[in-house]
Ligand binder design. Structure first.
Ligand code: PMV
Length: 317
């Protein structure tokens, strides 16, 4: 007997170091965020399946799966095709990260729904099924995805990631708490467009980009050492350095640079854009939760949306 309703969770993610270069095979560091998506799914006898998406009490979308409509409708259709469903469904998802801002909202959404569907469908190979379904859904949103969003969406905590093939994903458990502020500096840009833009620039300057990839791999390795040693000044310096390389790749913007400057002016030990760039978010390093919260406050006073949080080697749920 399968249950009439079920729920599931997915984590948002923050790329700490190595975005873009991860697409060409360099290593990257990402973490699951405590915030993400929560799905509740009930069987219905309505004619169609519906997904209602909300954030902060505001309805963002109400759609049905459709392989020929927009990305959300297509992603839902692809996701549901991985399950044997015997009725229509009422799917309700609460997002706790801003959508389309580089914080992994689409992978969190897909993971939350897939996990709930596994319970509803009494799936025996749940972990494999979630991986397959989320991968297919992410393929709709980010055609050239490295897979790093999905790797962080299961809530495993801090991960050292390499695209492969085969994917190398090492969970780093031995990392003490790190206090950060996350700030959405501008609406997010299309990841696929940003990745394509970098690919075009890289094709014209292959040696330079090979050097950037080596530098980023080195930054990632040094960041792991700095995190383990709680060497926050060193970690902040590495963030600033990685931000500089992302500027050199042409993916930062005036808003993202401004947010980094505001954070550093408020005492952040380092700041960098996170995700695809072209808009979206930055994160900044504090030396304590109170410091990170003061940095978030300074960013908010400047007109940006910001919050503080703690990351660590612990799983987020
Ligand atoms: O902004 P996001 O969350 O879509 O992050 C994209 C990260 C990239 O490295 C630019 C692309 C990828 O697939 O890894």
């Amino acid at each position: 007997m399968t249950p009439p309703h079920a729920s599931g969770q997915g984590s948002g993610k923050l790329i700490l170091f190595g975005e873009h270069a991860v697409v060409w095979g360099a290593s990257a560091l990402a973490t699951s965020l405590p915030a993400g998506a929560v799905a509740t799914i009930a069987r219905t006898d309505a004619l169609d399946t519906h997904l209602t998406l909300e954030r902060g009490g505001e309805q963002l979308a109400r759609i049905s799966p459709d392989a020929h409509a927009g990305p959300l409708e297509q992603a839902l259709a692809v996701l549901l095709s991985h399950f044997t469903l015997t009725s229509t469904l009422d799917i309700h998802v609460t997002l706790n990260v801003p959508p389309g801002a580089g914080l992994g909202s689409s992978a969190a959404l897909a993971t939350a729904i897939a996990r709930a569907l596994c319970k509803l469908d009494a799936v025996t190979d749940a972990s494999h099924r979630v991986t397959q379904a989320v991968q297919a859904s992410e393929g709709i949103f980010h055609s050239s995805a490295s897979g790093i969003d999905q790797a962080a969406a299961d809530g495993s905590g801090l991960i050292h990631f390499k695209k492969g093939p085969p994917i190398e994903r090492t969970i780093l458990r031995d990392i003490p708490d790190i206090s950060i502020a996350i700030c959405q500096a501008a609406p997010g840009a299309s990841t696929a467009m940003m990745v394509q833009g970098v690919a075009a620039r890289r094709a014209c300057a292959q040696e330079r980009y090979a050097t950037i990839a080596q530098m980023i791999t080195q930054i990632v390795n040094e960041a792991i050492v700095a995190m383990r040693a709680q060497d926050l000044p060193r970690l902040g310096e590495l963030m600033d350095f990685n931000h500089g390389l992302l500027c050199a790749m042409g993916v930062s913007t005036q808003d993202l640079d401004m947010a980094c400057h505001v954070a550093r002016h408020a005492g952040a030990l380092g700041a960098k854009l996170t995700g695809a760039g072209g808009g979206g978010c930055i994160y900044a390093l504090g030396d304590s939760p109170a410091h990170a919260s003061a940095i978030a406050e300074a960013l908010t006073q400047h007109g940006f949306e910001a919050f503080s949080t703690t990351i660590s080697g612990a799983p987020s749920f």
